[in-house]
Structure formats: structure tokens, C-alpha cells
Design a protein around this ligand. Structure first.
Ligand code: GLY
Length: 395
């Protein structure tokens, strides 16, 4: 593999500490408004508005509360207790959500329930968190198609236009491994394994760029075609899709132990790195680079950094050092030029992300462009936490 960005500076331990401290304090400042409510998926002019627990992204905010709780607890700060109470209130909301089936008919159960309820259970033994997360895993496996051997992302299960998986789903699957571990029932893990195999076989192209979504034939289950949804065009690599691929392959290896996923991880990561602009924070689609008048997606850099920091656990030291350096370089760039430093200007953590950008070749609406978003903030904190200590992951 070609080594890139050799001269680029890495984030120091002191900067990691400062960034984490600011992030946890920013989360604390937000608690009065966002304990009974959740952050909207993206900020508007730098500020998140409160929403009910009814969107696919709400688990990220709760995840930030738990990461802040971990940090404050380690410092023996009295604020840890307030964070724990807020996290517990949010877990109750997630239990209510799954019990009453509020906006849960889609595949994002992992994004919702891993950083919120699995985290609560792992960190504090919260039994409601465990109950909610197992119910969410039960919900997730209802979206499995045995013919195509994949979990369908969105929409009713009986329509050919919905018969597809999306690369993002790789992050929803750790919930299933966790559910098998907790219940002793392998049905969750078996489905996750089948989906991982189908996804990795089809969404990764020959050059290791990735499809955002991939369709199958409803009758035979045979692969049909790839298509973008949030990327610039069908054949391009949506930056966040590629980043979900980086982290997704690392998690796929963690949970399956299949050696071939290490090689795939390296190639997917290499494609991501080769298509970064000079400051290592991608534009919203990897088609674009320095000089293009296009918005960035800073969340992709944090997601890819988390994937690299996970994968180095399974590499020899020499190889691991390479990916750790990339992660530290991306974090340095995010910290210096993208992270919020003044809570009067934003109630988020990282600016310049893109949720959904319209292009002449996609069907997306324009929202959350060049703003903070909830997962961008969460994965920035996760990456910092991974650099700060040996982190027991929520995924
Ligand atoms: N999983 C949807 C997104 O990354 O925007």
C-alpha cells in the first residue's frame, strides 16, 4: 500500500484531552434542552433544535451523553452523575419507542440502540437498556430476506423498488452479535453473518470504491445492480458510504474473524485515503477534491478514523502504526479547523458536515449541508475516546 500524507501533523495527547474535555462540557451544557428531547439530525446555522425520539439518528446524541459520562467519571467529576441520569432518561425513551413501534420499521436499529441502550447496559448495567436493545434486535431481524440473504434498509418488504441493502447497515449489525451474546440465541448472529457476506460481496467495486445501495432480484435473490442514494452519481463514491465501508469492514472482521475482510478493509481504506483533499477531510463525495466548490462531509473523517482505530487491534504493530497515524492526522485536521471552539457559535461539536446534498444525478433533498450532524459529533467523540484510552466499544 502506498503511504500517504507522510508529512502531515498528528493530534497530540494534550489536544485529544482538550478536545474531549470541551466536547463533554458542550454535551453538559446541552443537557437542559436535550434530556427529555433529542437533537435533530443536523444543526441549522450551527444550532441543533430539539426533536422527539422518532428519527434514525437519535441514538447518537445519547451516545455522546454516555461518552461524556465515561470521561467525567474517569475524572471523578460530579457532573458524571447528571450525565448518567440524563442517559437513563433517554434509555426509557428508547424502550418506549421500541415497545410502541415508533418509527422502527427500517434497518437503523443498531444506529439507534447500540450507542444508547447497549452502551447504558455495558457501562452501568441498565436492565431497561438491555431489554430495549434486545427488542430492537428482534425488530431488526424482521427485515431479513432469506432469499437474497440480506437485511432490507427501507420501505415495505414486498416491493421490488425496496429490495436492496445499503452499505451503512454494516454498523447496524453489532447489535445482532451483542443480542446473540446476551440471549445465547444464535439466530441474530446467523442473520448478521449472512448480511455481512452479501453486503461485502456486492457493495465493494473492483477498484474498492463502494456502492451506497445494492439491489437484488426479488425472485431469485441474485445481485442485480448498484445505485447511489446520497452520493453525487451512481458510479461515484459517496464519502460517507466509503467511510461506513471502512468502519463496517473493521467490525465485520471483529465479529466474523474472516481474514479476507482485513484485506478488503485495507483496500477500501486506501481508496478513501487516496481521494482525500490535502487536509484529509473529504468533500461530501469522493469525486470532488481541492478546488471544487462543494461542501465537505467532516463526519466521514471521524467515522473512517474510528474504523482504523478499531482495525489496528487486529494488525501487527508495524501495520497498525500506519493506520493509527492516519487516524491521528484526520483528528488533528478536524480539531484544528472543523471542531466547534465557541459554544456561542454552535451547540454541536464538529462543523462542515453534509447529511443530504442534491445533485443532478441523485434524488436527495438539500438538508443538513455544511452543518454539524449528530453522528459527526458522536464519531468525533468516539475517535477521541479511542485515542484517549483502551475503549470498550458500544458497537
Ligand atoms: N445512514 C445514513 C447516512 O449516513 O446519512
Amino acid at each position: 500500500m502506498r503511504i500517504l500524507f507522510e508529512e502531515k501533523e498528528v493530534i497530540s495527547g494534550e489536544e485529544v484531552e482538550k478536545a474531549l474535555a470541551f466536547s463533554a462540557e458542550q454535551v453538559l451544557r446541552n443537557l437542559p434542552e436535550f434530556t427529555d428531547k433529542f437533537q435533530k439530525a443536523y444543526s441549522e446555522d450551527g444550532f441543533y433544535q430539539p426533536i422527539e425520539n422518532n428519527y434514525w439518528t437519535t441514538g447518537f446524541w445519547t451516545g455522546e451523553i454516555w461518552l461524556s459520562y465515561e470521561y467525567m467519571k474517569e475524572k471523578n467529576a460530579k457532573d458524571a452523575e447528571g450525565l448518567r441520569k440524563a442517559g437513563d432518561i433517554q434509555v426509557e425513551s428508547f424502550l418506549n419507542r421500541i415497545d410502541n413501534k415508533i418509527e422502527v420499521d427500517h434497518h437503523d436499529m443498531g444506529f439507534l440502540y447500540s450507542p444508547s441502550c447497549v452502551a447504558a447496559y455495558k457501562l452501568t448495567g441498565n436492565e431497561k437498556g438491555k431489554e430495549a436493545a434486545i427488542k430492537a434486535a428482534d425488530q431488526l431481524i424482521t427485515r431479513y430476506h432469506p432469499v437474497g440473504e440480506f437485511i432490507q434498509a427501507w420501505g415495505p418488504m414486498d416491493a421490488p423498488e425496496n429490495y436492496r441493502l445499503i452499505i451503512d447497515c454494516l454498523l447496524n449489525l453489532p447489535l445482532l452479535y451483542w443480542a446473540s451474546e446476551e440471549t445465547g440465541d444464535n439466530k441474530y448472529r446467523d442473520i448478521a453473518e449472512k448480511h455481512i457476506h452479501t453486503a461485502i460481496k456486492n457493495v465493494i467495486r473492483e477498484d474498492y470504491s463502494t456502492w451506497h445501495t445494492f439491489f437484488f432480484d426479488m425472485q431469485t435473490g441474485e445481485p442485480d445492480h448498484g445505485a447511489t442514494c446520497q452520493g453525487y452519481r451512481d458510479g461515484s463514491a459517496w464519502a460517507r458510504g466509503q467511510a461506513w465501508g471502512v468502519y463496517g469492514c473493521a467490525l465485520a472482521y471483529k465479529y466474523t474473524g474472516r481474514k479476507e475482510y482485513i484485506t478488503i478493509f485495507k483496500n477500501v481504506a486506501q481508496y478513501f485515503l487516496e481521494h482525500l483533499p490535502k487536509d484529509m477531510v473529504p468533500f461530501w463525495d469522493l469525486e470532488f477534491t481541492d478546488g471544487d466548490d462543494q461542501p465537505r462531509d467532516s463526519s466521514s473523517a471521524s467515522i473512517a478514523a474510528c474504523g482504523m482505530l478499531e482495525m489496528i487491534k487486529y494488525m501487527d504493530e508495524e501495520e497498525g502504526t500506519i493506520y493509527k497515524k492516519y487516524a491521528r492526522q484526520m483528528l488533528k485536521s478536524l480539531y484544528d479547523n472543523y471542531a466547534v471552539k465557541d459554544s456561542g457559535k454552535s451547540n454541536g461539536l464538529v462543523l462542515h458536515s453534509t447529511y443530504s446534498n442534491h445533485s443532478p444525478y441523485n434524488t436527495c433533498n438539500h438538508y443538513g449541508v455544511d452543518e454539524c450532524n449528530s453522528w459527526g459529533d458522536y464519531f468525533y467523540m468516539e475517535a477521541l475516546t479511542r485515542l484517549h484510552k483502551d475503549w470498550n466499544l458500544y458497537w
